[in-house]
Design a protein around this ligand. Structure first.
Ligand code: FAD
Ligand code: DLZ
Ligand code: SF4
Length: 514
C-alpha cells in the first residue's frame, strides 16, 4: 500500500490582505505552500456592500493573485461563479485542505471579529492545524493597546497618538514634536472657497480583469446600493502607489487647511482618497506616513497638513482599531443614548430637501466615498440628532463606503459619530446645528431651508433638532463638562423660544419615514 504524502501548507489570504508583506506569506517559502484566495457569497452579502466596493475587492483580489503567480507562488484562486464554490470561507478552506492534503493552514488574523470567530470555529473542525498570526500591518498590537488602555480612566486618541509618534519617530525632533506642538488642528478648519483649484484623485482605465468583474457585479449584485460605473479606482499596488504620489504632489499641501471643508459638486476636495487602498493592503499605512513626512522635510508641504494627515493614520486609524478589539463583541450592542428610530428612507434614495444631506448621500451613491466631515457632521450628525438606532446607522456605513470594514467603521460610527458607547472614544457627541454646516460648506446657499431661521417650517431642521437632542438626552449628557455651556444656554433661553424649538423639531420628526 502506498501512503499518501502530506501536502503543502495552505496559506489563506483574505480580500483585505493583498500584500506580500502580510505575516502569513512572510513566514513561507514559495516552494512549500499553496496560497488560497476565495470569492465567497458569505462575504459579498455579509452586508449588501456598495457595488463599487464589490468590484474593487474582487478585481484587486484577482490582480493580486496574478502578481503572486508571476512572482512564483502557487495560487489556488476560487472565483465566485466556480461551480464547486461552497460560498463560505470555512467551506473553501475545508475543500482546499482536502484538495491539497494540507496539514498546516496559516492565516493572518482576520480584521473583523465576525470572520475571526469563523476561523476559531473552523480550527476545531479541520483535519489540519490552523495557525493564526497577528496582523502586523498595524503599529500597536492588541496587547500593546490593551496595556496602554489599562488603568486609564479615559481613552483619548491624542495621548495614544503621541505614543505612536514616539514609537515611529514620525515628525519627531529627538523626544520633542517637530514644530514644538503635537497637533496643528487649530489651523485646519478653513472653509473652502469656490475659486480654489481643486485637483482630482488619479483615475485608472478598467483593464480586462476589471471589466469581467464589473460584468459579474452587474449580473449578480444588481440590487445592491450604488452606481457601479464609472469605475476608475486602481486595483493593484502599483496603481495605488501612483495614486499616493498624485496626492502628495497635488493635494497634500492643502490637505490641512481644508480638511473640514465641504463644497457642493466637489466630492474629494484635498482628501487623499486612499483609505480603500490602505484597508485592503495595496498601500502600507506606515509607508504612506513616511512619504507624507518626506514632503515636509523636502519643503513641499506645510507642517499643519503633514501632521494632520499623519495623525489620521497613526492616531485615529490605530486608535479605533485598538478600541474595536478591546471592546468586541460587546461593543456591537452598545446603545447608551437608547436611540430607537429607524433609519430614514432617504439615506438610500438621497431624496430630501436638506441640500447637505442630499449632496452627501448622492455622492456616496456615485462614488462609494464621502470624506470624514461629510460622514461625521452631515449624515452622522443628522442620525445622532434624530436618534436613529445605532445598529442601523452602523449597517448603513458598512454598506455604502468602499473603505468600510467593521474594525474601522464601527468605532467611528458608534463611538465618534453616534456616542453610542457612552464616551469610550469621544469626550462629547459630535452634535451640531446648521451653523456648523453653513460655516464649513456652501450647501446652505442652495437649500430650500434657511439656515439662519431657528424655528418654523422654513428653518434649517438641524437648528431645532440640535436642541431637541440635548433636551431628550439630558439625563445621559447633562453632566458632560464639554456640554455645560450648551445646557446653560438652553437653561437661560426664554420658555417660548424653548417651546418653539421643541415643537419645530417634533413637527420635523413626524415627517421622517419610515
Ligand atoms: P483622508 O481624509 O485623506 O485621511 C487620510 C487617511 O487617514 C485615510 O485614508 C484613513 O486611512 C485615515 N483616517 C482618517 N480618519 C480616520 C478615522 N476617523 N478612522 C480611521 N482612519 C482614518 N474610515 C475607513 O477607512 N473605513 C470606514 O469604514 C470608515 N467609516 C467611518 C464612519 C464614520 C461614521 C466616520 C465619521 C468616519 C469613518 N471613517 C472610516 C473615517 C474617515 O471618514 C475615512 O477614513 C476617510 O474619509 C477616508 O477618506 P480619505 O482616504 O480621503 O481620507
Ligand atoms: C469585502 C470582501 C468581500 C466583499 N468579499 C470577499 C471575498 O469574497 N473573499 C475574501 O477573501 N474577502 C472578501 N472581502 C474582504 C473580507 O470581508 C475581509 O477580508 C474580512 O472581513 C476580514 O475579516
Ligand atoms: Fe443643511 Fe440646514 Fe444648510 Fe439646508 S440649511 S444645507 S439642511 S445645514
Amino acid at each position: 500500500m502506498t501512503e499518501k504524502r502530506p501536502g503543502k501548507n495552505l496559506v489563506v489570504l483574505f480580500g483585505d490582505q493583498l500584500t506580500v508583506s502580510i505575516a502569513s506569506l512572510r513566514q513561507q517559502s514559495k516552494n512549500d505552500c499553496i496560497v488560497l484566495m476565495a470569492e465567497v457569497m458569505a462575504e459579498a452579502t455579509a452586508v449588501r456592500h456598495h457595488k463599487k466596493k464589490l468590484a474593487f475587492v474582487f478585481s484587486a483580489m484577482r490582480h493580486f493573485a496574478r502578481e503572486l503567480e508571476a512572482a512564483g507562488w502557487a495560487v489556488d484562486y476560487v472565483e465566485l461563479e466556480d461551480a464547486e464554490n461552497s460560498q463560505s470561507f470555512e467551506g473553501e478552506i475545508s475543500r482546499a485542505v482536502a484538495r491539497h492534503r494540507s496539514q498546516q493552514v496559516v492565516v493572518t488574523e482576520p480584521s473583523e471579529w465576525r470572520v475571526k470567530e469563523v476561523m476559531n470555529d473552523l480550527a476545531s473542525q479541520l483535519p489540519a492545524e490552523l495557525t493564526m498570526l497577528p496582523d502586523d500591518r498595524f503599529l500597536a498590537s492588541h496587547a500593546e493597546f490593551a496595556a496602554w488602555a489599562k488603568d486609564r480612566k479615559q481613552l483619548r486618541m491624542e495621548f495614544f497618538y503621541r505614543d505612536m509618534r514616539r514609537k515611529t519617530g514620525l515628525l519627531m525632533d529627538g523626544d520633542q514634536p517637530v514644530g514644538g506642538r503635537w497637533n496643528f488642528d487649530a489651523e485646519n478648519r478653513k472653509p473652502a472657497e469656490l475659486d480654489l483649484f481643486i485637483p482630482s484623485p488619479l483615475r485608472f482605465e478598467p483593464d480586462d480583469i476589471t471589466q469581467q468583474v464589473l460584468q459579474l457585479v452587474a449580473r449578480r449584485f444588481d440590487g445592491h446600493f450604488g452606481d457601479l460605473e464609472p469605475f476608475w479606482w486602481g486595483v493593484t499596488s502599483d496603481q495605488a502607489h501612483a495614486a499616493l504620489e498624485h496626492f502628495l504632489a497635488n493635494s497634500l499641501p492643502h490637505f490641512g487647511d481644508y480638511q473640514d471643508a465641504m463644497l457642493e459638486d466637489e466630492d474629494f476636495l484635498y482628501h487623499s482618497v486612499l483609505s480603500h487602498y490602505i484597508n485592503i493592503g495595496l498601500l502600507d499605512p506606515l509607508e504612506v506616513c513616511n512619504r507624507v513626512a518626506g514632503e515636509y522635510t523636502a519643503g513641499r508641504a506645510p507642517l499643519n497638513a503633514v501632521e494632520g494627515y499623519i495623525r489620521q493614520i497613526i492616531g485615529w486609524r490605530e486608535f479605533v482599531r485598538g478600541l474595536y478589539w478591546l471592546h468586541m463583541p460587546d461593543y456591537l450592542d452598545r446603545n447608551d443614548l437608547a436611540a430607537t428610530r429607524d433609519l430614514p428612507d432617504f439615506y438610500w434614495t438621497g431624496k430630501t430637501d436638506m441640500a447637505c444631506m442630499a449632496a452627501a448621500i448622492d455622492q456616496t451613491r456615485r462614488q462609494a466615498y464621502a470624506h470624514h466631515i461629510q460622514r461625521l457632521m452631515v449624515t452622522g450628525n443628522f442620525a445622532l440628532l434624530v436618534g436613529v438606532e445605532p445598529k442601523q446607522v452602523h449597517q448603513w456605513y458598512l454598506e455604502v463606503y468602499a473603505d468600510a470594514y467593521e474594525w474601522v467603521e464601527l468605532p467611528n460610527t458608534f463611538g465618534m459619530s453616534q456616542f453610542a458607547d457612552g464616551g469610550l472614544l469621544a469626550s462629547k457627541p459630535y452634535a451640531a446645528s446648521g451653523n456648523y454646516i453653513n460655516k464649513m460648506s456652501n450647501h446652505c446657499k442652495s437649500c430650500r431651508y434657511d439656515v439662519k431661521q431657528k424655528t418654523g417650517d422654513a428653518a434649517c431642521p438641524f437648528n431645532s433638532l440640535y436642541w431637541d437632542f440635548l433636551v431628550r438626552n439630558e439625563t445621559g449628557l447633562g453632566n458632560n463638562a464639554r456640554l455645560r455651556q450648551a445646557y446653560s444656554t438652553w437653561g437661560r433661553m426664554a420658555h417660548e423660544k424653548q417651546s418653539a424649538y421643541l415643537s419645530s423639531a417634533a413637527k420635523f420628526l413626524d415627517t421622517l419615514t419610515p
